[in-house]
Every structure is written in structure tokens, then in C-alpha cells.
Design a protein around this ligand. Structure first.
Ligand code: ADP
Ligand code: ZN
Ligand code: ZN
Length: 802
């Protein structure tokens, strides 16, 4: 017997194993590892992923597979093994790992249908009304009717009706309608004669089709002939023309890219590209860190490494942070490699993403540029993986599977014997430490191309501004510098880092802040709607006119939002044209690109934005970068706060003076003496690294230890304390002395969505023993987890500790 090993599309620890199904004879040629199938599972039908085939099973009486959803496998053998590795590494469900590798369009949708088994007029009036002549209709229609559940059950028992579960993929291929002659040219000419003057439009269409000698897109035909569908339909009815549907890709770009040719590399670029090329030629896996200051020409190194790979008929993955998937970055790849490039990012619609993915799957492209999940691109002959701005925390996925793209890239690099290049001006401490130890090979670009100077950075102490009586958002110096740019018709980029900043509401009389009712967190003020919103549970409430605690009307919102800065700019720099970029102005599709295009076309003098403008932008006319408040993220309860600040300051200053005109940077801060500020000013990554490493060593943080955060939550406060303590006991009993167990302790945010949250933290050196200990915990609480009583989340190398 032929048997398929199947991962079932149900995310539950009780079902997180592989099930065997019989492959019916008629499906035996198409059921292969990597296809999705529909299988009976208990009373339902569900989707499943075939992950293997076998000829015998430990179970007898296997159920047969019902149908196959894919003609060709979606997943390669490599990706199937990778999903198992992800399951083991991140302790997620296998099905979550498989799903993470595919675009959302492949998620199954489950529908419940009602089938009438008799003639419609055999049914009571009420049933006929719901059915409206249909023999099959959505079960929902029945639920919304007045028919009682009892009656439905009776009908089922009497075998009058049947409830069926249907599973469908959501993927939809887009098609265009084409019209072509359905008769010979000779016959068409005769038809034209016959119709004579009576049907002028119809004869015109036929003449056009004869002329074209190929199918014509319906829309084009209607436009060209200036006619309606009705005319075409009458030709269709007579059988003179025919209609066909042709599959097309949705094109998110809809523009032509100007071809670029490789630049002649600088001496430094030549030096760093050599070992990468060597690794490509030798087909030898190697991890590289390309440490290059902003504007040092890293991208050209990527482009020319990819060219090498393409010359060998192999394929390339380039990961860039979502935030810098700006048209500018995409353009550079599209311009060099043209139609060989697919692009994957969250700004695309589900359909567009599905189409870009299919281009990869069908091997119609050789390069993918994309955000984190593009690391799973189903290429078969990978020749290089590049991760640009490797320090960005978006490379770690916050949902299950909580993987880091760097580790997945390493897995795939080993599998394909190809290099993985991590690029950054400010690598993470972990990565840089590995490169100093020789685990990654370090490649350095210490100068900007053509030795352009890095912009001068001025640090402004905002406490002194206040002392001097300047209550404006802008310091004397920043004001002066902006004015200079306005006079010279140069452009300014202003960044307001909102991370860690909150525009919360506070009473100036009694200090009361407005908290969310479900979560222990201040609500955020949204000016456009004059509403307070909770960013955790999405609860909303109107902005109160009086303090709910003391009834004072001195209730205001605090913190500086981009809107507020924009208003201040308008007051202080009347003639300046400002473009504001933040979540509010970029939520609509394509708006991000439009705003940047306008700025590039010099339709504005100042680009004001959140950290989304810190990265990847390259405008020749920008000569000043201002940071409104550098320390807003310095005070987060996070051991990476200094590192993140240093990275952000370095990145944003890299936006100035990238071309002919020299650049300057002004950084406003309340803590000018902090080393992440002073060392960013000197562009001294090395010094920052060593300073920060000392602190990490002293407090036992990464890269000296690995970390895993275990979060436990439950509706009941007492219960969560009890369970957390039990978990700590189990962990303690299973870990060696080398590992450090911290907790249980309340999470910094004790309550979210009405659930209480506690956590345990493990600092460790040996992952295996931690995995085993955590598996013990999951096993012990499996029942309560499945009943959704308690929730336990496990996050290796967490980005957030809240
Ligand atoms: P990075 O990615 O390191 O920030 P870029 O690749 O954006 O740097 O390069 C900065 C600028 O220098 C770009 O405008 C790029 O076109 C240019 N550039 C890069 N390499 C060369 C080269 N070898 N010769 C001339 N210009 C170059
Ligand atoms: Zn809330
Ligand atoms: Zn008050």
C-alpha cells in the first residue's frame, strides 16, 4: 500500500505529530512530498501537507486521502526538512513552520455547507425559503434563519440533509480575457461581406482581428474599437469569435526600469568581494559579515556577487528590512537584473504576493528581494543569501514560529553550499563578536565611496536650551541650520523617534493617566479622530474633557508626536514645505512611495518622519539631518537600549551628504554624555562595541549568554502565579548549574487583554538542555494548554521583554 505522511492543518499540541493516510490508486501519481491534500480528520475535512511517503505504517485501517490541492509540490525536500528543524529549534508546531514558508494565499479556508438530499419541494416551507432553489448552500444561511437547531438535527437523522465540510485554498490566479477569431480568415472575410453595412462595429472588430492575427485583450479591443461588450457578445454568440482566459501576473510596479551596468569597484570593494566570489566558485558555505560604513558601497558588492551567482545559473535571495524596502532599494536590483527579480514585502496585496511567489516557484526569476519571510523562497539552486542591515530586529519573527532569518539563512547556506553575507554599518554585538572569533569571516569597508566624508555630527544639550529660555521643540542650532538649508534650496530630513515615546494623556493637577481597562498600559492619543486607543487590545474611548479622578479640566496629552512637530515647523519656518511620514500618512498602499517621490522631486524642503525614514534612503540634495530627541529609546527597560540607540543615530546620519554636497547632522538630546550618543558622534563602532561588551559581560547578557523568555498567562491572577512557580520548579530541576534561571516574576506589563502575565527567563550556554527542560514543561501542562486554559509562549533570543 502507498502511504502519505501528513502534517495536519490544526495548530494544537495534541495534533502536532505526523499522521498516515492511504493514497488512493487514482491519486498515486500526484501525491508527492510538498503538496497540500484534503483529508478526513475526525468529523471534519481539513487541509494537510504531505511531508513524506512510505509503504507501511504502524497503524492499520488508514483513511484515504480525499483529494489533492496542488498539481506540483509547493515545498521542496529542503524546505520540508527545514520545517522540522524550525519546529525543533523554536518549539513551534510543525504546521506553523510549514505555513510560515508559504504566502498567505495558500492558507486553507474552511466552509460548512448544507446539502439537500431530496427534491426541494419535499422540504418544509421555511427550508425552501432558506434554500432559494439551491441544493447546496452555506450552513451560515441556515444559522441565520428561524429554523431551530433541533429541527436541523432531526433532518440530519432522517437523512434528508447532510452537512459537509469543504476546504479551499484562497489562492486565485488572475486572468485577462482575450478575443480571437473562431473561424478561418477566409470565412471571416466572407462574413464581413454578408453583414455589409448593417453591423458596422462588428465588421470593424473582425477586420481588426484579421489584421492582428493573434488573440487581442478584450479591454484593448473595446478601447480601440470604441465599442461595448454587447457587440463582442453578439459575435461570440454567433460563434464567429471565441473568448479565452489567459493567466497574468499582477504587476505591483508597472514601470520600466532603466538598466544599470556594474560599476568599476573601488580597491576596498575589490578586496571584500574576492572571498565572497571564492566561496561562490568553490561552492563552499561560509558566513560573512560585511561591515561597511553608510555609503561605503555595500549594495554594489551585493549586486556584483549576485551577478557571479547568475553566471553560474544559480539563484540569490536578498533580505532587506521591511522598512527599507523602499522603491529606491528595489529599483537598484530591478535596474540591474530586470525581469529576473521578484519582490516580496508586506506592502503587496495577498494576490500580488502570491504571483511574485509563483514566479520563484516556477523558476521564472532568479533573484528575490524581500523582507524576512523571503528567506524561504523555494529556489532549488541557491548560490548566495544576503541579509542587508543585519542588525534590524525585524529579522526576528514575533509570532510562531519565532525564528530569526539569520539562522534560517545559515541552514540554507549549509544545505546549498553557498555563502551567506550579513551586511551592516552597525552589526549586532552577537554578529560582530562572532566575526572577531572567526565564526563569521569579517570583511570591512571603512571608507565611503570616493572618500566622501561622513557628515559632521553636532550634539545639542536640550537641558541647556531650556535653561536659556528656549521652549521650542527645535534648538537654536537646529533652527539656524534649517534656515540655512531653506535659503540654499537644499533639503532636510528630520527624525522623531517614536519608539519608547508615548503620546499618553495625563492630568496636570493630580497626575492621573488614562489606562486601558483590559491592559495595564497607558492609552495613546490619536489626534485625527480625537480618540484614545490601546495599542495592545485596540480598545478605544473618546478623549475625556475632564480628569476622571479629580474632575480638573487640565487634562492634556504628553509626548511629542510627528503631527505636533509638523505644526511647530509650520509656525517657525513659515515658507518651508513639509512632508510628514509616519504610520498615519503611510497606511494606504503606495502612499509611502508617493511621498518619497515627491521629496525626491524637490516638492518639499523638509521630510519629517519616524524611524521609517532612518534607513536606506538616498537623496542627493539632503545636506542636513536632524534628530529631534535622541534619548527617547535610551530609557526602555531593555538591555539592548544603548545598542539600538547607537544603531539608529548612525543610520540616520548616514542619510546626509551621500553625494556631491557635504552633509551635517544635529542631534538633540537630554543625555549628551551617554556613550551611545558620544560614540555615534565619532562614528566609532569599535569603541562602542568594546564598551558595550564589558557591560554585557558584567550583567551576563548576550553575546555572553543566550536567552530564552518563557511567558505564562491566564485570566486568573492566583492561578498564573501558581503555574509560574511550578514551571520554575520543573525548569530548575532539569537545568544544569551552567544555566541561570530568573523568575518567576510579573511581566513589566502585568495584564494584557484581561490576562495576567508572568515570566521566567533562562540565560544559558547549551541550548540542548534548555530545549529538553522546556519540553518537560510543555508536556506537563499539555492538557491545560490544549484546553486553552493557560497560555505558555517560548521566545528564544527575544527582542522584547515586556
Ligand atoms: P551602502 O549600501 O554601503 O550604504 P551604497 O551601495 O548605497 O552604500 O553606495 C553609496 C553610493 O556610492 C551609491 O550612490 C552608489 O551608487 C555609489 N557607488 C557604490 N560603489 C561605487 C563605485 N565602485 N564607483 C562609483 N560609485 C559607487
Ligand atoms: Zn488594552
Ligand atoms: Zn486629575
Amino acid at each position: 500500500m502507498k502511504i502519505a505522511n501528513i502534517v495536519v492543518d490544526v495548530a494544537s499540541s495534541a495534533i502536532d505529530s505526523i499522521f498516515d493516510y492511504e493514497i488512493p490508486e487514482e491519486l498515486s501519481t500526484i501525491v508527492k512530498p510538498g503538496v497540500r491534500v484534503i483529508i478526513p480528520f475526525g468529523p471534519r475535512k481539513v487541509m494537510g501537507f504531505v511531508v513524506g511517503l512510505s509503504s507501511n505504517s504502524d497503524h492499520n485501517k488508514l483513511k484515504p486521502i480525499e483529494s489533492v490541492m496542488d498539481v506540483t509540490p509547493l515545498l521542496t525536500k529542503e524546505l520540508i526538512s527545514l520545517s522540522k528543524w524550525l519546529q525543533e529549534e523554536t518549539l513551534c508546531f510543525r504546521v506553523s513552520a510549514l505555513q510560515a514558508m508559504l504566502p498567505a494565499a495558500f492558507k486553507a479556508s474552511y466552509e460548512k455547507e448544507l446539502w439537500l438530499l431530496d427534491e426541494i419541494d419535499e422540504y418544509p416551507e421555511a427550508w425552501q425559503q432558506v434554500a432559494q432553489g439551491r441544493e447546496v448552500f452555506p450552513f451560515e444561511d441556515l444559522e441565520q434563519s428561524t429554523i431551530p437547531v433541533k429541527e436541523v438535527k432531526q433532518m440530519i437523522d432522517q437523512q434528508m440533509v447532510e452537512v459537509k465540510y469543504v476546504v479551499k485554498g484562497k489562492e486565485k490566479v488572475k486572468t485577462n480575457t482575450y478575443i480571437d477569431l473562431n473561424i478561418t480568415e477566409q470565412a471571416a472575410l466572407e462574413t464581413i461581406e454578408d453583414m455589409g453595412k448593417r453591423a458596422k462595429k462588428q465588421t470593424q472588430i473582425l477586420e481588426y482581428l484579421i489584421d492582428q492575427d493573434a488573440p487581442v485583450k478584450l479591454n484593448t479591443l473595446l478601447n480601440k474599437m470604441n465599442t461595448t461588450r454587447a457587440t463582442v457578445n453578439s459575435l461570440l454568440k454567433k460563434g464567429i469569435v471565441r473568448k479565452e482566459e489567459k493567466e497574468v501576473y499582477r504587476d505591483p510596479f508597472q514601470k520600466k526600469f532603466e538598466k544599470t551596468t556594474p560599476l568599476s569597484l573601488t580597491k576596498q570593494q575589490q578586496e571584500v568581494i574576492q572571498p565572497i566570489h571564492q566561496s561562490i566558485e568553490d561552492e563552499k558555505h561560509q558566513m560573512f559579515l560585511l561591515h561597511g560604513v553608510t555609503g561605503s558601497g555595500k549594495t554594489e558588492v551585493y549586486l556584483q556577487s549576485i551577478q557571479r551567482v547568475l553566471n553560474k545559473e544559480e539563484e540569490a535571495i536578498v533580505l532587506v528590512p521591511e522598512i527599507s524596502l523602499t522603491p529606491q532599494m528595489v529599483n537598484r536590483f530591478k535596474s540591474r537584473f530586470g525581469d529576473d527579480v521578484a519582490v516580496l514585502h508586506s506592502g503587496l496585496s495577498v494576490g500580488e504576493k502570491y504571483d511574485e511567489w509563483r514566479k520563484i516557484h516556477r523558476q521564472e526569476v532568479k533573484v528575490v528581494v524581500g523582507a524576512r519571510s523571503a528567506v524561504f523562497a523555494p529556489f532549488k539552486k541557491l548560490g548566495i543569501i544576503i541579509i542587508d542591515e543585519e542588525h534590524e530586529n525585524t529579522y526576528k519573527q514575533e509570532d510562531y514560529p519565532k525564528y530569526h532569518a539569520r539562522e534560517v539563512a545559515k541552514y540554507r547556506g549549509e544545505y546549498h553550499n553557498c555563502p551567506v553575507v550579513l551586511g551592516s554599518a552597525t552589526p549586532t554585538l552577537e554578529t560582530y563578536a562572532r566575526s572577531l572569533k572567526g565564526v563569521y569571516q569579517l570583511l570591512s569597508l571603512s571608507n565611503r565611496v570616493n572618500n566622501r566624508a561622513l557628515p559632521d555630527m553636532e550634539i545639542v544639550d536640550m537641558r541647556k536650551e531650556l535653561e536659556a529660555g528656549n521652549r521650542s521643540i527645535f534648538s537654536e542650532s537646529l533652527t539656524e541650520q534649517i534656515n540655512k538649508r531653506l535659503e540654499r534650496n537644499e533639503q532636510v530630513v528630520l527624525m522623531l523617534n517614536r519608539r519608547g515615546y508615548s503620546t499618553f494623556v495625563m492630568c496636570r493637577e493630580c497626575g492621573e493617566t488614562i489606562q486601558c481597562e483590559n491592559c495595564d498600559i497607558s492609552m495613546t492619543y490619536h489626534q485625527t479622530k480625537n480618540l484614545l486607543k490601546c495599542h495592545y487590545c485596540a480598545a478605544e474611548r473618546p478623549m475625556p474633557k475632564q480628569c476622571p479622578s479629580c474632575q480638573s479640566d487640565a487634562i492634556r496629552f504628553f509626548g511629542t508626536g510627528t503631527q505636533k512637530v509638523e505644526e511647530a515647523l509650520k509656525v517657525q519656518f513659515e515658507q518651508a514645505r513639509v512632508i510628514r511620514m509616519d504610520v498615519d500618512t503611510t497606511s494606504r498602499k503606495g502612499s509611502h512611495e508617493k511621498l518619497l517621490d515627491r521629496f525626491a522631486n524637490k516638492e518639499a524642503d523638509i521630510l519629517l518622519g519616524t524611524q521609517m525614514i532612518a534607513k536606506g534612503l538616498d537623496f542627493e540634495n539632503v545636506t542636513l539631518v536632524g534628530v529631534i530627541a535622541a534619548d527617547s529609546m535610551l530609557h526602555l527597560p531593555d538591555f539592548r537600549a544603548s545598542e539600538n540607540s547607537f544603531q539608529l543615530l548612525t543610520q540616520v546620519s548616514g542619510r546626509a551628504g551621500r553625494h556631491e554636497l557635504p552633509g551635517e547632522v544635529v542631534i538633540q538630546t537630554y543625555t549628551p554624555e551617554h556613550y551611545s550618543v558620544t560614540l555615534a558622534k565619532d562614528y566609532d563602532y569599535e569603541a562602542f562595541f568594546h564598551k558595550e561588551m564589558q557591560l554585557r559581560k558584567r550583567f551576563g547578557y548576550p553575546p555572553y549568554y543566550f536567552m530564552v523568555l518563557v511567558n505564562i498567562n491566564h485570566e486568573n491572577h492566583v492561578k498564573v502565579v501558581e503555574v509560574s512557580q511550578q514551571i520554575a520548579n520543573i525548569l530548575g530541576g532539569n537545568l544544569s548549574k551552567e544555566a541561570i534561571l530568573l523568575g518567576p516574576s510579573p511581566s513589566p506589563m502585568l495584564r494584557i487583554k484581561n490576562r495576567y502575565r508572568y515570566q521566567c527567563m533562562i540565560k544559558y550556554k547549551e541550548k540542548r538542555e534548555v530545549d529538553l527542560a522546556l519540553r518537560e514543561v510543555l508536556k506537563h501542562f499539555q492538557k491545560q494548554i490544549n484546553q486553552n486554559e493557560i497560555q505558555i509562549t517560548i521566545d528564544f533570543e527575544p527582542n522584547y521583554f515586556m
